[in-house]
Design a protein around this ligand. Structure first.
Ligand code: DGP
Length: 116
């Protein structure tokens, strides 16, 4: 079954798309955790980082090129931002189609929540 992000890529589900090229698409997260929260997604449906192969390197490298462009366009390149990729349960992954979170527009604080 197609992932929810494949449905966004195919325009079967609406989203606020901010960038698209031959290999990746980027759209605003439905539940933003920061003033700028954009998901950058390879068009190829790869479930998790564990499923990445060498043939995916071009598309996955493109996530960074796109992130830099999108950060600049959203005015957060100089102030800074965080790029995040979650994997499986302990990583907090909810959508099993690899994606990079681009978060910024405020100071994001420590990288991880503190736990005992
Ligand atoms: P992760 O936990 O890393 O798998 O993040 C999944 C993100 O996807 C989460 O921040 C919410 C977002 N999301 C889930 N469904 C949709 C959707 O239908 N549209 C958009 N724009 N974002 C979605």
């Amino acid at each position: 079954m197609a992932s929810i992000f494949t449905k966004i890529i195919n325009r079967e589900i609406p989203s606020d798309i901010v960038y698209e090229d031959d290999l990746v698409i980027a759209f605003r997260d439905i539940s933003p955790q920061a003033p700028v929260h954009i998901l950058i997604v390879p068009k190829k449906e790869i479930a998790t980082v564990n499923d990445v192969t060498a043939e995916d390197e071009m598309a996955l490298g493109r996530l960074f090129t796109a992130a830099a462009k999108i950060a600049e366009e959203n005015g957060i390149a100089a102030s800074g931002y965080r790029l995040m990729v979650n994997c499986n349960e302990d990583g907090g992954q909810e959508v099993f189609h690899i994606h990079m979170h681009l978060l910024g527009g405020r100071n994001l604080g420590p990288m991880l929540a503190k736990h005992d």
